[in-house]
Ligand binder design. Structure first.
Ligand SMILES: [Mn+2]
Length: 271
């Protein structure tokens, strides 16, 4: 029995299958954690969800921004962006079942045995792992509850800069979702910086979230995706960036969670 994590699939089904073959993934014994962004931009989002659905007892996803966007569009009856290449998925008779499956997935996970925290974008340094899991549970109850449509309606409004107990439930939901699914940079006063789209080298008055001083003495492992431009590099042995840009011509990365051993499949082998 083994546990694995794989970075952002984004419809890269062939590389996904190649990786599972490489590690001899056995759905009847092993468990697979996907760090989110299963769908969008890549060639075969439908095949990825077909596989997840068939093996859902052996797979857990920590939802990414693209997954939440798919659910939101579905629930709010909004059209997809053509560049997301979701036509086949949106035309599938299985779509309602796939949306229901995605909605059951968490935003964050803690694996005690492996000492691994997993979420799509990482861990907000202002939160302990326990607090992060509590925030994730609140947001999950929002998108799994009967008022889910209302929460999705408010998901794209302005980010509430600071956490406060005065935030209403929609603002709290949005704040938590943004940290778990969209975070890359933090300002020097530790607020989420969502507008900057440049490189780390050119970033001024901000830092990648994992460069926060908290993480110099952080002992647990963090597994995340979302940030292909990192090319897997965080300069922290215990902070694992698994989005290695498969959909952009890079590779798909897998980590065996007990021994922290890496495997990859190059997208250029599948053109
Ligand atoms: Mn993402």
């Amino acid at each position: 029995m083994a546990n694995y994590a794989i970075g952002d699939l984004q419809g890269c089904y062939k590389e996904f299958q190649a990786l599972l073959l490489q590690v001899d993934f056995n759905p009847s014994k092993d468990h697979l954690y996907l760090v989110g962004d299963i769908v969008a931009r890549g060639p075969d989002s439908l095949a990825c969800l077909d596989y997840l659905y068939t093996h859902q007892d052996s797979i857990t996803v920590t939802l990414g921004n693209h997954d939440l966007h798919l659910i939101a569009n579905y629930m709010l009856d909004k059209p997809a962006n053509p560049k997301d290449k979701l036509t086949a998925l949106l035309g599938s008779a299985k779509l309602p079942a796939y949306i229901a499956m995605l909605k059951q997935q968490p935003l964050a996970l803690w694996l005690e045995t492996e000492q691994v925290f997993i979420s799509h974008a990482g861990l907000n340094p202002a939160w302990s792992i326990e607090q992060a899991l509590q925030h994730a549970q609140f947001a999950e109850s929002c998108y799994q509850g009967e008022n889910a449509r209302d929460f999705f309606k408010h998901m794209y409004e302005q980010h509430p800069g600071l956490w406060s107990e005065q935030l209403n439930e929609f603002e709290r939901f949005r704040y938590i979702v943004n940290y778990f699914t969209r975070m890359r940079f933090l300002t020097l006063d530790e607020q989420l910086e969502l507008s900057y789209k440049g490189s780390i080298t050119n970033a001024t008055a901000m830092m990648p979230w994992f460069e926060h001083p908290k993480f110099t003495t952080f002992k647990q492992h963090i597994v995340f995706g979302h940030w292909a431009a990192l090319e897997g590099v965080t300069n922290h042995a215990n902070i694992h960036a698994l989005d290695t840009g498969c959909v952009w011509g890079g590779k798909l990365s897998l980590m065996e969670l007990k021994n922290k051993q890496y495997f990859s499949a190059n997208s250029t082998d599948f053109i």
